[in-house]
Design a protein around this ligand. Sequence first.
Ligand SMILES: *Cc1c(COP(=O)(O)O)cnc(C)c1O
Length: 391
Amino acid sequence: MKDETKLVVAGRDPEANFGIVNAPVYHASTVLYPSLEALKDTMAARSRGERVVSYGRKGTPTTWSLEDAVAEVEGGYRTAVFPSGLAACAHAMMAYVSPGDHVLMTDSVYSPSRSFCDNVLKRYGIEVTFYDPLIGAGIAELIRPNTKILYVEAPGSQTFEMQDIPTLSEIAHTKGAIVMMDNTWASPLFFKPFKHGVDVSIQAGTKYIVGHSDVMMGTVTTNKENWDQLQAATDVWGQTAGPDDVYLAQRGMRTLSVRLQQHMANSIAVAEWLKGRNEVHSVLHPALPDDPGHSIWKRDFLGASGLFSFQLKSVSMEAVAAFMDDLELFGMGYSWGGYESLVVYADPSSYRTVNQWDNTNPLIRLHIGLEAVDDLIADLEDGFKRLNATK
Ligand SMILES: *Cc1c(COP(=O)(O)O)cnc(C)c1O
């Protein structure tokens, strides 16, 4: 089956639900057993790792519909859901490390994941080394005997470096580390982590899986070899996501392919237009042919999403504010992946440690939504008029 078809059918079971197309929302804590024998059988099945309805926290058919859809489209063995993308990142890391271990973390990582390393992993005696996202084969020199996780994110969600994941994975595996990826930018549709050597893949489902800016959700998908360890850790930490949110996430997935095709077309069109603007220093979008990450993107990815950044030529912050403040179609706000366009200012120099980011040219991140491209460009053009009148 092709991905478009998988998105429609995976994780659905109408026959088990009176023919109802979408998995219903099961609200549950207590589950009742008809006899002691049934209770014992269920507990035994559960400890064998089987999926049984046994207690709300352990999942329901609503949860499984989302888990199965993500696992199938992303190409992994199984998926666990988490109450937010960050919870998925944090728990995925914790599932595979113990005190004394070492984690290699890309310097371009989503910054709350960086904070988790700095504030939690280090406190528990787990060493973290941030590495240059463009290090490629040079990673070999940073891997130690106690390195458990090589964490990648491509492209970085503010600075858009493309990492050479097949090369990084091959080296990590020869040295006994697993490869963990934050695959949120591409979604399960446009990058197939398990085909490129990734062992554990994270989605901030809040973004494209949900697709409508109204639900927090995270998923962690693993290959077969790494599933038991994730499941065991998830279980004892009591991780679970609420049924209404899970329902909305699996519902969002059904339209992922049409949404992403449009996000891609719109974002490339806006990025190309920005490239031609005098006010713009550079556009950071791996689908543009002259982007430094373009050849990797073209080799490994199946598409691009709606998120990219651009740098203005050096201007005052007043001019940046004049550009951003009165945009009509670009809401100013964090997160992305919904149907609407967004704009934020970013300052990687405030957190980057390996690549000292030069902040002379202000960095603006756009999420390109499903509006008409001409309207978005007209909005940005008005912004440039305000910028030019201010600087
Ligand atoms: C948003 C985001 C997260 C965290 O997801 P939340 O659901 O907001 O907790 C993790 N990684 C990336 C790349 C993100 O953009």
